[in-house]
Design a protein around this ligand. Sequence first.
Ligand SMILES: *Cc1c(COP(=O)(O)O)cnc(C)c1O
Length: 517
Amino acid sequence: MSINPSGWRPSLAANDTVQEPTGTVTGNRALTLEEPLLFELGTSDTCGVDLPVPDDAISPRLGGLERDEAIGLPGLSEPETVRHYTRLSRQNYAIDLGIFPLGSCTMKHNPRLNEKVARLPGFADLHPLQPEMTVQGALGVIAELGEWLLRLTAMAGVAMSPKAGAHGELCGILCIRAALEARGDAREVILVPESAHGTNPATAAFANYRVESIPGTPEGRVDLEALKARLGGDVAAVMITNPNTCGLFERDMKAISDATHAAGAFVYCDGANFNAIVGRVRPGDLGIDAMHINLHKTFSTPHGGGGPGSGPVVLSQALAPFAPLPFVVRTAEGYRLVEEETAADNGGVQAFGRMSAFHGQMGMFTRALAYILSHGADGLRQVAEDAVLAANYVLRSLDDVLDAPFGASGPCMHEALFSDRGFADGISTIDVAKALIDEGFHPMTMYFPLVVHGAMLIEPTECESKASLDQFIAALRHIAERARSGDSALSEAPIHAPRRRLDETLAARKPRLVWRD
Ligand SMILES: *Cc1c(COP(=O)(O)O)cnc(C)c1O
């Protein structure tokens, strides 16, 4: 390990493998720059801005709450701060650098037009408590986007305020609970098929339902007969991900909805994978009662690293009256934000409450509407078709070197699923993922869905050119061949990344955030 002239040492996570010596004084490798933690870099007597000396008169008013000693936050000048984060960003991977093959995540290109629109001061600088008459344009965007979502899904109502997919799931389940309570029908169980996304059972449990799993068929879809056999008077809802996390369309969706409704329960559909079917299938036609749409997946928006997101929920006629406040209505005088509602205003039933203090993510609304309007209805349909085509191209280009457990179930939808079957002893999925980093790609989703051993889930999206897909396929093919032949060097990967392989469990559970000797 080398010592930088300014005194810092490259930091190591508690469990980090020691880097190869660089042979440089700084630890840098040409344009790959080492970067210490802020805490190693800054000293608490430096500051990037000139702060006024606190007024003596303030101190008595703090009533003894002031700190006795410095808390040790690092101080940096503005150029040091800018360089720190810029250097770190160059060690990172981004959708603007290359394909992001994560499955179950829809990481797609974010058209610059959307970004430009979202940054217009009239949208970006709004305050949620501004008088209604000064935000008519913003309310109009929310209303128009909501109308598009209803048209694309053939549903009756939409709640725009949920701030992410999982938040939307909770909103939908709370609508279902409110509808059941309104008819005096306490039910305790939510059925979740094995092929559902992990947030589905988590949401059901969070909402105090008992989760029961429904098995899948060998071809990767919900076992309709098993579902029918379990339906009964204690079942509040069935939560289904469609297209599911095996990358397959649930063809029995209508039969599932009919059976669920016949048992007095509701159908929740996880619509995060709407990218694969938008413009082709309308969930309302399949009998779905509630479905969230991840605006940040289907309708672009940069996401990852925890945000931002937006998960509007479309609702059937039966659930729409229970949608949370607030919502936008179009009146002869303009748009109005409804913040309160009595049961008398609402056909005798009460909305269940609110999902968030304000209306939702304005930046996501503007991006999604810009995306929808620039594609148009025909363009959105082509998004779905191209996404499905790209995923099938990946699936069929690699199924001779990677095991495709549901390859015989027909074409996949938006994502291609492989297992670790056929890898030599001692080689596992994580080795393949780490080797992809050396080839300059973000790894695919690993070990999910759980129904497949050593799963590798790849969602190329519609945005990738054939040339970009071919490059990714060539890299993965090469790595798959190494995995089959038992190339033990795979377990060393990545060797070219800024950090070698971490013990990821330890790194997550015991992150080393402060350097100490
Ligand atoms: C992404 C995703 C979710 C969760 O959405 P968030 O916005 O991350 O909360 C739920 N289900 C599926 C299928 C997803 O892909």
